[in-house]
Design a protein around this ligand. Structure first.
Ligand code: NAD
Length: 359
């Protein structure tokens, strides 16, 4: 049976799970695409751009009749109650952050696949929404910092005098951190970065930044590429090292996270008093508590002349490309879990095993 793939309008996000360009490029045989009215509008894709590619359907029809339902974040419970038993709902359920997800999904007969549970392996790289979105967030964080900074990023030698380049400190050199380093370097800043995974050192250095090493980090190669919780003793030494460098930095981009846990606090309130007037902290770890003790999620505050921006959803500031990339990740997943145009969920497959959170 060929697939009917329904794209829902998000309740709390400006992105859309599939763009017209995604559908145009899709290699799915005989699939019928349905889109809820206005689903792409906030990302810059009006209904008319889907003409000839997807049929506009009301939300209820998609919930009740589509074989595959695509969203960025899970629909509300009342929507879930309408989804039919044979459907596959693909979304980002974040079960590592929300303990209630599994029991909620268990109430319904349909299957659920969580994009953010796809293993971070080379094979699954093209389906990795966490990386696509983190990369956008890292880029945007630097642009936001540059915008808020009362100074230049690049070194300037002008007839009105010379200006030294900005100093950027990046805490956490995963996907977002590496993109923040690359973007800061392109803008001409001098960059240094921290991480607890030894693999990060070479990546940081290859981007032309200095890797700051704090001895004694716990690095578990069996943690699926993720960082593990560090000892309090290690974090205290790291905070002291951060404080010494923060006082010379113009910008700090915070990205350090430990999956499923509160983010480590690496910039203490006291550190802010040592920072330069006008300097900027962008904390991408804000939604899990923040790397800076004073960060407030979804808020920009000023403390002693330092701007602290708490935002863990900066990909929403670039909804067009974010949707395009999210959609490409989904298409790559769909290609992996279909055969001859029909769903083919092989429970022995590592990608399916990791991401099918409700079978
Ligand atoms: P993340 O968002 O979970 O964390 C961001 C960074 O914070 C990580 O690099 C982590 O090591 C670092 N961190 C945690 N505690 C820290 C501390 N106390 N001090 C400094 N840094 C700290 O990570 P992510 O960006 O989602 O990436 C997770 C891992 O997955 C990375 O190793 C990444 O390279 C890997 N990855 C692999 C693939 C692939 O092989 N295909 C694809 C994407 C990501």
């Amino acid at each position: 049976m060929s697939l009917t793939i329904g794209i829902l309008k998000e309740n709390k996000d400006n992105r859309v799970a599939i763009t017209p360009e995604n559908i145009r490029r899709s290699k799915l045989k005989d699939a019928t695409w349905w889109i809820e009215k206005g689903a792409g509008a906030e990302a810059g894709f009006s209904d008319s751009l889907y003409d000839g590619l997807a049929l506009t359907k009301d939300r209820n029809t998609i919930l009740k009749e589509a074989t595959v339902i695509l969203t960025i974040f899970p629909p509300e419970d009342q929507d879930m109650a309408s989804i039919h038993s044979e459907a596959l709902l693909i979304s980002q359920f974040r079960p590592y952050q929300d303990e209630t997800v599994n029991s909620r999904l268990a109430q319904y007969p349909f299957r659920s696949l969580s994009m953010d549970m796809i293993p971070r392996t080379t094979l699954a790289q093209a389906m990795d929404v966490l990386s696509s979105m983190a990369s956008i967030a890292g880029y945007k964080a630097v642009l936001l910092a540059a915008q808020s900074l009362p100074r230049y990023f690049p070194m300037m030698i002008t007839s009105a005098g010379s200006i030294r380049p900005a100093k950027v400190l990046v805490i956490g050199a995963g996907v977002a951190g590496l993109q923040a380093i690359a973007t800061s370097r392109k803008l001409g800043a001098v960059v240094e970065a921290f991480d607890v995974r030894s693999a990060a050192k070479e990546e940081v250095q290859s981007l032309g930044a200095k890797f700051v090493e704090v001895e004694g980090a716990k690095d578990d190669k069996g943690a699926g590429g993720y960082a593990v919780q560090q000892s309090e003793e290690f974090l205290a030494r790291q905070r002291a090292e951060v404080q010494a460098r923060a006082s010379k930095a113009d910008v700090i981009i915070c990205t350090a996270q430990v999956r499923g846990r509160k983010a480590p606090v690496l910039i203490e309130a006291e550190t802010i008093n040592h920072m330069r007037h006008g300097s900027v902290i962008v904390d991408l770890a804000a939604s899990t508590g923040g790397n800076c003790a004073l960060t407030q999620d979804d808020k920009t505050i000023q403390v002693n002349g330092v701007t602290i921006i708490g935002n863990s959803s900066l990909e929403r500031e670039m909804p067009e490309d974010a949707s395009q990339m999210y959609g490409n990740n989904i298409l790559n997943l769909l290609a992996h879990i279909t055969k001859d145009g029909a769903l083919n969920l092989n429970m022995e497959d590592e990608i399916v095993k990791g991401s099918l959170i409700k079978a």
